[in-house]
Design a binder for this molecule. Structure first.
Ligand SMILES: Cc1ncc(COP(=O)(O)O)c(C=O)c1O
Length: 390
């Protein structure tokens, strides 16, 4: 062994993965607050409210009942049953519990979905700007990511033309995230039907990321797997993180047809061997009894969105009102220039508003900043005031 080929080094494939740049921004903000500077924090990605009390109580009850041992690796019967009922009522998916697998949040569900479907050299189409880990996850599965700009799907844009342009004989998977992080785009039923027709015509597998299914302000959320002939070719990823303010509980689930389930079960077994048992008991309660909490929270998000969108447009930015999720993807080119890192710094400097540079979400995000409106009303009001003075 020569000194240039030391074995004291991480495996090469880990080089395919990166760290989120959002961490850099978080550190910058922490540094400022530690120095006593006020920061209006819009850079986050978490629900503003706490986990509902009845969900926390369910965790306590599970602990008191000694539900602390290994659960079946695919999920507890209680949680799988609650998910099955929810899928039928909300998503138009009438599936058996054997078509559901519980994962450690949506992130783990997505990781397993890409590993379960992508072969080395396969091309994976995905809309951009995109949630940062997606490009890494595609790469780590051996796939080649092919970006499809969201901008080509908007204002009557032809989503099929956008996809067709990037289709090759190596295209195998299509990742669809609606409502989208970071743009808040929500695909209409017609657009999703067109995407479904495209997937069927070209024999593609669809990975549908429905993390924000419950945060929709205009229009409807449609699960692409519920469209005719789509269930067999679609893996749908859900999470409790955003709907029920449970980011730290790490519970999500994937829904798919049997051939993919075999692969997913192997991946979950060999990665986490099941999700924390008490978390699953709490998750079953959230899904089974969370309808009222959800109904109450959506207008709160809408109110925050409207205030911030108005303030940003009033300050000379171009900020469309997103139909879903809890992010604004603001075109800042007119006032702060093309370089989104510099724009982030300038805004922070001049208004104390922390945001995320759009280029973190792919090159299509250049000239933009992502801001979350998922924060306390007081913070929104401070942001509105700061923008008024910009
Ligand atoms: C688009 C999208 N998908 C999936 C997730 C995964 O969330 P979690 O792992 O908390 O379930 C997120 C989280 O930010 C997201 O934005």
């Amino acid at each position: 062994m020569t000194s240039t080929t030391s074995r004291i080094a991480p495996a090469q494939r880990t080089e395919l993965l990166g760290f989120s740049d959002i961490v850099k921004i978080r550190n910058r903000v922490m540094d400022m607050t530690a120095r006593g500077q006020r920061v209006i924090r819009l850079e986050g990605g978490e629900p503003f409210a706490g986990t509902p009390d009845f969900v926390k109580q369910a965790m306590k009850d599970a602990l008191d009942a000694n539900q602390t041992r290994y659960a079946p690796s695919s999920g507890t019967p209680e949680l799988l049953g609650a998910i099955r009922t929810k899928l039928a009522a909300k998503n138009g998916l009438n599936v058996d519990t054997k078509n559901i697998i519980v994962t450690s949040g949506g992130a783990h569900g997505l990781f397993c979905a890409f590993q379960a479907t992508v072969n080395p050299g396969d091309e994976v189409l995905f809309f951009a700007p995109y949630w940062t880990p997606i490009a890494d996850q595609i790469r780590y599965s051996g796939g080649i990511g092919v970006r499809v700009p969201w901008s080509e799907t908007r204002n009557g844009g032809d989503v099929i033309a956008a996809l067709q342009k990037r289709l090759t004989d190596r295209t195998r998977v299509l990742y669809v995230n609606s409502p989208s992080n970071p743009t808040g785009d929500l695909l209409t039923r017609e657009q999703l039907q067109a995407i479904a027709d495209f997937a069927i015509a070209n024999d593609l597998v669809v990975i549908a990321d429905e993390a924000y299914e419950d945060l929709v302000y205009e229009g409807e959320h449609v699960s692409i797997a519920s469209l005719p002939q789509m269930f067999e070719r679609t893996l749908t990823i859900y999470t409790l993180s955003k709907s029920y303010a449970m980011t730290g509980w790490r519970v999500g689930y994937v829904v798919a047809d049997e051939p993919f389930m075999v692969a997913l079960r192997k991946l979950v077994l060999n990665s986490v061997n099941g999700v924390s048992t008490p978390s699953q008991f709490a998750a079953a309660q959230a899904i089974g009894n969370g309808a009222d909490a959800l109904k109450a929270i959506v207008p709160e998000y809408r109110k925050r969105r409207d205030l911030l969108v108005d303030a940003l447009n009033g300050a000379g930015f171009r900020c469309p009102s997103p139909a879903g999720a809890f992010y604004l993807f603001v075109d800042v080119r007119d006032r702060l220039g093309e370089d989104s890192w510099k724009a982030m710094e300038a805004l922070l400097e001049r208004t104390s508003i922390a945001s995320v540079p759009g280029s973190v979400f792919g090159p299509e995000g250049e000239g933009h900043l992502r801001m979350s409106f998922s924060t306390q009303m007081e913070t929104i009001e401070q942001a509105v005031e700061a923008l008024r003075q910009l």
